[in-house]
Write a protein that binds this ligand. Structure first.
Ligand code: GUN
Ligand code: ZN
Length: 434
């Protein structure tokens, strides 16, 4: 028979459940060295086996390579690739000096389309197969992103950015037009293929109370919608929000009282929260996207992950490019490890990689589609070199324990280690060279 499915050979690593933080040997870790990952003609995972598969599978032999579920970046800005690595500012100045000017260019449909394609190809070339994305205020920027993700067969969550004040000309909407644009985009893209719409409030300072209420009403009308925003990232930002919303108990409360917190709400940062805010996140089912590279680069602060665990809300890890300086999830996990180390805690490779795969998938209510090698899930899969270059190779060679090997990989690898990525079982990206 002509082969219908695809079988990938390599060292398979995924998670069957959430691992603990401390235990380095953890039953949640599923490490199956030198196994075959079977992918059916429908692009779904058909199983994992030790034996060589039959002729119904086309075989790709990646023996000696690491195979992981595609990474999930739960907070990243498409237009900000143009300002990644911009010098010298904290959040509010960084927005005005670099970010808002770059986003203004996305009013032009040609810029938005080219930017969306470039951005999604960059994600795939970094081993990220799913993302929760901010485009710009311009309707066309969201369209372009959905269109480009659909062409690539990618799972994508995005929505037009809502901002009707405290932003330059060309980067503000108004409540009525924004509502029409959201409704139209939801009609045309939400639930189409692997796309979902997120009501996208940039952050409290750039929306009037009327716009926040409109955004909340959209969420209340359809529980299948996501919501994404920023919260409690920077101390000056927190002070500004307190001035703008004097009757709110806290920054988070600005969102809570409008009904913007729910199980499909993804809030980036959450550094400057208090215990009551954490309880609110847990009670509403909302989750935080921890953005360590961005938090370090912009000098925003150190996210308290153990407090989040104690409270019981979900935490994923995100690049927040261009506040973050790399789309590489490994780089971001390593920064996450360092941030937690500053608080006296140690993030295991298991906790880190789970947060970037199955953990994020489950928190996004996408655990039946992505995040692991469970049979029936769509095969969003990446093949990685265990080690590149003499230093990493020598380190890999002396590692004895599995956790030691994987932690060294997480610490020393980046997108240059990517061998291939697959989206729903189809080859999606070869590494970028040059
Ligand atoms: N807060 C509001 N907008 C932004 C943004 O674009 N990036 C980050 N890091 N924080 C924000
Ligand atoms: Zn952001």
């Amino acid at each position: 028979p002509t082969p219908q499915g695809l079988a990938l050979r390599g060292d398979l690593l995924d998670f069957g459940a959430q691992p603990g933080w401390a235990a380095l040997e953890d039953p949640a870790v599923r490490y199956r060295p030198d196994h075959w990952l079977l992918i059916g003609p429908d692009g779904r995972i058909a199983g994992v086996q030790k034996e060589e598969p039959g002729p119904e599978y086309r075989r790709e032999d990646h023996a000696g390579k690491l195979i992981l579920p595609g990474f999930i970046d739960t907070h990243v800005h498409c237009p900000q690739l143009d300002v990644i690595g911009s010098y010298g500012t904290e959040l509010l100045d960084w927005l005005n000096k670099y970010t808002f000017p770059a986003e203004c260019r996305y009013a032009d449909p040609a810029v938005a389309r080219a930017g969306a394609g470039h951005f999604l190809d960059a994600l795939l070339a970094h081993g990220t197969t799913t993302a929760v994305v901010f485009p710009t205020v311009h309707k066309v920027s969201a369209e372009a992103l959905f269109e480009a993700a659909r062409q690539r067969g990618m799972r994508l969550i995005a929505g037009k950015v809502l901002m009707d004040r405290h932003a330059p000309d060309g980067l503000r909407d108004d409540v009525a037009q924004a509502e029409r644009d959201c409704i139209d985009l939801i009609d045309r893209w939400h639930g189409v293929d692997r796309l979902s719409y997120a009501v996208t409030v940039r952050f409290a300072p750039t929306s009037t109370p009327a716009q926040l209420a409109m955004a909340g009403a959209l969420c209340k009308a359809d529980a299948s919608l996501y919501m994404q925003t920023h919260v409690a990232e920077n101390r000056s930002e927190v002070e500004w929000v307190a001035q703008l919303f004097p009757t709110a108990r806290s920054y988070l409360d600005v969102y809570a009282r409008e009904g913007l917190l729910h199980p499909r709400a993804v809030l980036a940062h959450g550094i400057w929260l208090d215990a009551q805010d954490r309880r609110t996140l847990t009670n509403t089912g909302a989750q935080v996207a921890f953005c360590p590279s961005s938090n370090l680069f912009l000098g925003s602060g150190l996210f308290d992950w153990p407090a989040a665990r104690g409270a019981g809300f979900a935490v994923s890890v995100a690049s927040d490019v261009g506040g973050g300086t790399s789309l590489s999830i490994q780089r971001n996990l390593l920064d996450g490890y360092k941030v937690q180390a500053m608080g006296g805690h140690r993030l295991s490779a298991w906790a880190a990689l789970h947060a970037a795969t199955r953990g994020a998938a489950e928190a996004l209510q996408l655990g039946d589609e992505i995040g692991s090698f469970d049979t029936g899930l769509l095969a969003d899969v990446c093949v990685w070199d265990w080690a590149r270059g003499p230093v990493a190779q020598a380190r890999h060679a002396v590692a004895r324990e599995l956790h030691e090997k994987v932690f060294a990989w997480m610490s020393l690898s980046d997108e240059r280690n990517l061998v291939r990525s697959f989206v729903a079982g189809r080859s999606a990206a070869l590494p970028t060279v040059g």
